[in-house]
Design a protein around this ligand. Sequence first.
Ligand code: HEM
Ligand code: HEM
Length: 222
Amino acid sequence: MNTPTQTQRVWDLPTRAFHWALALLIALQYATGEFGLLDMHWHFRFGYVALALIGFRVLWGFFGSQTSRFRDFVRGPRAVLRYLRARMSTNPQRSIGHNPLGGWSVLALLGSVAVQAVSGLFSSDDIDTDGPLVAHVSDRIVKLMTRVHHWNQNVLLILVGLHLVAVLLYWLLKHDNLIAPMISGAKRVTQTRELRFANVWLAIALFALCAAAVALLVWCSG
Ligand code: HEM
Ligand code: HEM
């Protein structure tokens, strides 16, 4: 086994802040939607923030730091197979950024949260809780979107479960602690890689843009 001897900055602050804010918000969404914690108005408010965060992360995937860019970690099936074969070897390298398999799980998580947040805008419990865009579409669309909101909450739960199991297995089986770098930004590695990091003010501007777009959407729908 290669022993990591160097420390490398892997994740920028915006990506780490995005990740932990998203994890907290998803927990709050289940607590408010499913378990009746707080008023459903809070389910909507947290949902709007989640929507803005997803918008930000998509933009950050194109304009952000190297390890956060989609082109850095979205790879074809052959790269995934090559990675898996290398992982089976007794001397695997630690990934700097998302590995080819993890890249697909990132897309699945982001996609599922996006579907959940967008479908919520058109969902209704047929009693007194209507998403802000319900009045602007037909009953058929509302029924469909409400079904998507119910169905996808389970898909999202499964994806988050797999995500946590994968993180735990890397730790237990490969002695590769992925959590510490998602907190501090830095990782112990065997070999460093030259990386480019984007300006944190760009991240703030992109998030503000997404938050303003969501606020405008909600305001116009009222
Ligand atoms: C609802 C809960 C969660 C969601 C939706 C979620 C989603 C995500 C997403 C989208 C990423 C990619 C980060 C990016 O490039 O933007 C990621 C990475 C990561 N998450 Fe989570 N996460 C959740 C909870 C957690 C928790 C509780 C932990 C720790 C115990 C965790 C540990 C990690 C780690 C270590 C990575 C980096 C993986 C790597 O090195 O490739 N996540 N997560
Ligand atoms: C982004 C992550 C979100 C998650 C994880 C989430 C999760 C949930 C859950 C677990 C329920 C309970 C469903 C049930 O009773 O089986 C629910 C209901 C609901 N959510 Fe969300 N939600 C999200 C975003 C949103 C957004 C952005 C809106 C609207 C602005 C919204 C509007 C609603 C409505 C209207 C209901 C009631 C529907 C019904 O009970 O049939 N949700 N959500």
